[in-house]
Write a protein that binds this ligand. Structure first.
Ligand SMILES: [Zn+2]
Length: 99
């Protein structure tokens, strides 16, 4: 898996997690920017767990990131392809030391 999302997609940490653990990141795909709030949650089965909430639509995904086998998400993209922008985005933030 590539360490960063594809060239047409980028992720930016808008607001690092505050005291309550909630932060904001923005995924830009081409001209479209989508904002998400996220909060880390305890994860007992490997990897790090995050609740990711897409702003404006109310869609909440539970995303798990870590080693390849420790990545999972609830979105349709992950169910169809085994990877998705939520996992790739959070991995990019983790690997760049922002989370
Ligand atoms: Zn996903």
């Amino acid at each position: 898996m590539a360490a960063t999302p594809s060239p047409t997609r980028s992720i930016r940490l808008v607001r690092p997690p505050t005291l309550d653990g909630t932060g904001v990141f923005c995924v830009r795909t081409g001209e479209t920017a989508t904002f998400y709030t996220f909060r880390e949650i305890p994860c007992a089965i490997g990897g790090r767990g995050f609740v990711v909430h897409r702003l404006g639509l109310g869609t909440v995904y539970h995303v798990r990131v870590g080693d390849r086998l420790d990545c999972s998400c609830e979105c349709l993209g992950y169910l169809a392809h085994g990877r998705c922008k939520h996992i790739l985005g959070l991995l990019a933030l983790l690997r760049s030391g922002q989370l």
